[in-house]
Design a binder for this molecule. Structure first.
Ligand SMILES: [Zn+2]
Length: 335
């Protein structure tokens, strides 16, 4: 890899979960190397945040960790809305998950309950390539009109979706065998950066990836959404920066006086999802320590609405001697 200067990581958005936060943009971050920006995830507001960071016209690649809406909702908006600027750039490769594998990859119906409704039953788990085609079809009128009316380029040529092949020999599948032990998969390499990925444990989602960016200046790993993950620890071994998701239990007493309310089925399921699919603040330090990283950058905050002071997050990290950074939108870190 060629020697570059000023490789850096920009946290574009740091909120976890789909509900837009009043104080944080949706999850997205960019690794900038050799003057080119590689975007990891496209949460709510990612395109605007890229413009605020003056990185949109440096966009050279997109890497989606998984197809939850808080990670990909602005993926197509990036091109649909960024088109006037992006049409002057080379086509942008978008790397991400293939199909989860159909209805059987989703959580099964629950005994003694009505069957879950199924959206798009003929194709209930589209991967990156099909979901991109559906997005083009949904926006065909706007795109066709602007090509004729504004002299725009063919938007389809700007977006190059590429699904990451998971080795079949792993026997990985949703919803219950989502992250068997594996070596990193090579995803992309050029003269500035080498990108690799592993499956992480974010059931029932499959596939869900973490990414590692190796450059001449250092290395950055982005966890995506995961519980503490042995695959991630292997991927992050010795990295300069580990960007890791985190949740914390809400302060005692709950919020907004709702502590007297009995738990609802929705709140019970939400709690179950947090515990079985995400990383608690009390355990994220051990992940960073086992990986031997230099800096731990917390992001994808749940809750993500800034009711908690930074000290809540830093004080909650235990067992890690390196630097802990509480992520905030547009924070720019040199690698
Ligand atoms: Zn997720």
């Amino acid at each position: 890899m060629r020697q570059t200067a000023n490789t850096h990581l920009v946290l574009l958005g740091t909120s976890g979960g789909p509900l837009p936060s009043p104080s944080r943009a949706g999850i997205a971050q960019a690794v900038v190397v050799g003057g080119r920006a590689y975007l990891v995830d496209c949460g709510y507001g990612a395109t605007r945040q890229l413009r605020r960071a003056r990185l949109l016209t440096s966009l050279a690649g997109v890497f989606l960790t998984h197809l939850h809406s808080d990670h990909d909702c602005d993926y197509f908006n990036l091109f649909l809305l960024g088109w006037p600027l992006l049409q002057h750039l080379p086509p942008v490769p978008v790397h991400g998950p293939g199909s989860a594998g159909g209805l059987d990859s989703l959580p099964p119906d629950e005994p003694d309950a009505a069957a879950f409704p199924v959206v798009s039953p003929a194709h209930p788990t589209p991967g990156l390539i099909d979901s991109t085609a559906y997005r083009f079809a949904a926006h065909a009128y706007d795109i066709n009109a602007r090509i004729r009316d504004s002299g725009r380029s063919d938007l389809r040529e700007l977006v190059v979706p590429q699904e990451i092949a998971v080795p079949a020999a792993l026997g990985a599948r949703g919803p219950d065998r989502v992250a068997p032990a594996m070596d990193p998969i090579p995803v992309m390499e050029n003269e500035d950066v080498r990108v690799s990925a592993v499956l992480v444990h974010h059931p029932p989602v499959f596939p869900a990836f973490a990414y590692r960016f190796d450059t001449a200046d250092g290395s950055v790993v982005v966890s995506g959404d995961t519980t503490p993950s042995a695959n991630l620890i292997g991927l992050a071994r010795g990295a300069d920066i580990l960007v890791h998701e985190v949740y914390t239990d809400e302060p005692a007493g709950g919020r907004d006086g709702d502590h007297d309310d009995p738990p609802t089925l929705e709140s019970v399921r939400r709690r179950r999802h947090l515990v079985t699919s995400h990383t608690p603040l009390s355990e994220v330090g051990a992940v960073a320590a086992r990986a031997g990283v230099r800096r731990l950058v917390l992001t994808h905050f749940i809750p993500g609405d800034d009711e908690l002071p930074d000290e809540h997050w830093t004080d909650g990290v235990t067992g890690f001697d390196g630097e802990v950074v509480v992520g905030q939108d547009l924070l720019d870190l040199t690698v």
